[in-house]
Design a protein around this ligand. Structure first.
Ligand code: PMP
Ligand code: GLU
Length: 393
């Protein structure tokens, strides 16, 4: 008889982390793997941010526990960031800092979900949402965003999914994995719908700074005071500042929920590593020009790689507006190669071409496959060339 909990037995492994680990293991065996798995910038953390961390270590201030919910100076830096990029201010009791945006999402669900509560998730969705909700005995309710509607859901679809148990609507724009962005008008309609039914909005804004070709990110929390009161924003420094390894995330919203999330942080991880907090202060409130340099590099890669990928036989792809993923529909490609399961197809691509991608299955998209373009241009071009060759055989 297993000693494991029902909770963990019902849990799926993260497909992104699994794909990344498999690619790394094959590389270590000497295989020439081109890795387009994890959504992780290939840049190192900008120098001025590293310097702030070094200083925090050398002066000794990074030696100690901090307040569990985060240093006051980091909450002040979050306020500066919100004034600059969201157009409104936040009080310290509206901010909690934690171990990556990923853990703060978990803390949010733990703070608001009772058994059976429903969370509406537009699909395709980022892999960890559904399992985190289930770990907290909630029920994910999937609403399919189709390619025909640019991978976005409408208020009509949301209304059709609403029940008296609907507690939260999760919105991730720009989206991982689709890269699509909801515009002001769409967000206003969705926000007002949520307010009118007293549904909390969980806005995962982590890719907000990474938008391309003139597209703009509008935070749903910036649309109106009423929508803001209904919204908890999740954000972090991983993507925009090339700081995935530092594990800094934060949440912003109404004090009651933030205080509940802080209680969860206090009883689980305690404070996020102090040195990472000092680095994050510099990231959020220091010079922002490196963000733009990296954004331009991603834009350049997108504009180069997208047309090449669109030429791969059987791959149908919408041009993303933000984040750093391409999410082609490979239904035709699978038919051409005799596959019916996208995970098997992803494995075959890895085995036959040494290109490591992520199956759409973990994103609730059984006809899609994800490529991360947060890697260098040479690798990207070589990977797409291998895909083209494989599909042309
Ligand atoms: N949300 C989305 C949509 C993501 O892609 C990621 C990936 N890292 C996260 C949250 C979590 O980010 P982190 O834990 O690195 O802050
Ligand atoms: N969020 C990134 C991705 O989707 C990093 C891996 C993870 O945390 O899932 O690839």
């Amino acid at each position: 008889m297993t000693k494991l909990s029902k909770r963990v037995l019902e849990m799926e492994e993260s497909v992104t982390l699994a794909a990344g680990a498999r690619a790394k293991a094959l590389k270590a065996q000497g295989r020439d793997i081109l890795e387009l798995t994890l959504g992780e910038p290939d840049f190192v953390t900008p120098k001025h941010i590293q310097q702030a961390a070094i200083e925090a270590i050398e002066t000794g201030k990074a030696s100690f526990y901090t307040v569990a919910s985060g240093l006051p100076a980091l909450k002040a830096a979050v306020n500066t960031y919100f004034e600059n990029f969201y157009g409104y201010s936040v009080e310290p009791n509206q901010v909690v800092v934690g171990t990556g945006a990923k853990f703060l999402l978990y803390a949010f669900f733990a703070a608001v979900i009772n058994p059976g509560d429903e969370v509406i998730i537009p699909t395709p969705y980022w892999v960890s949402y559904a399992d985190q909700i289930k770990m907290n005995e909630g029920q994910p309710v999937f609403v399919k965003a189709t390619e025909a509607n640019q991978f976005k859901v409408t208020v009509e679809q949301l209304e059709a999914a609403r029940t008296d148990k609907t507690k939260v609507l999760l919105l991730n724009s720009p989206s991982n994995p689709t890269g699509m962005i909801y515009n002001h008008k769409e967000l206003e309609a969705i926000g007002n719908w949520a307010v009118s039914h007293d549904i909390l909005i969980l806005a995962d804004d982590i890719y907000g700074r990474l938008v391309y070709n003139g597209h703009r990110f509008t935070p749903i929390s910036s649309i109106s005071e009423t929508i803001r009161k209904q919204t908890i924003v999740i954000n972090g420094v991983s993507k925009a500042y090339a700081m995935t390894g530092w594990r800094v995330g934060y949440a912003v919203g109404q004090p009651e929920i933030i205080s509940a999330m802080s209680k969860i942080v206090g009883q689980t991880t305690s404070n996020l590593t102090a040195v990472a907090q000092y680095a994050a202060i510099e990231a959020l409130s220091g010079p922002q020009d490196t963000v733009e340099t990296m954004r331009q590099a991603f834009e350049d890669r997108l504009n180069t790689i997208y047309p090449l990928l669109a030429e791969v036989p059987g791959f149908e792809v919408i041009k993303p507006e933000g984040a750093f993923y391409l999410f082609p529909n490979v239904k035709k490609a699978m038919e051409m190669k005799g596959f019916s399961d996208v995970t098997d197809f992803t494995t075959a691509i890895l085995e036959e071409t040494d290109v490591a991608l992520v199956t759409g299955a973990g994103f609730g998209a059984p006809e899609n496959i994800r490529l991360s373009y947060a890697t260098d241009m040479e690798t990207l071009k070589a990977a797409v060339a291998r895909l083209k060759e494989y599909m042309s055989k």
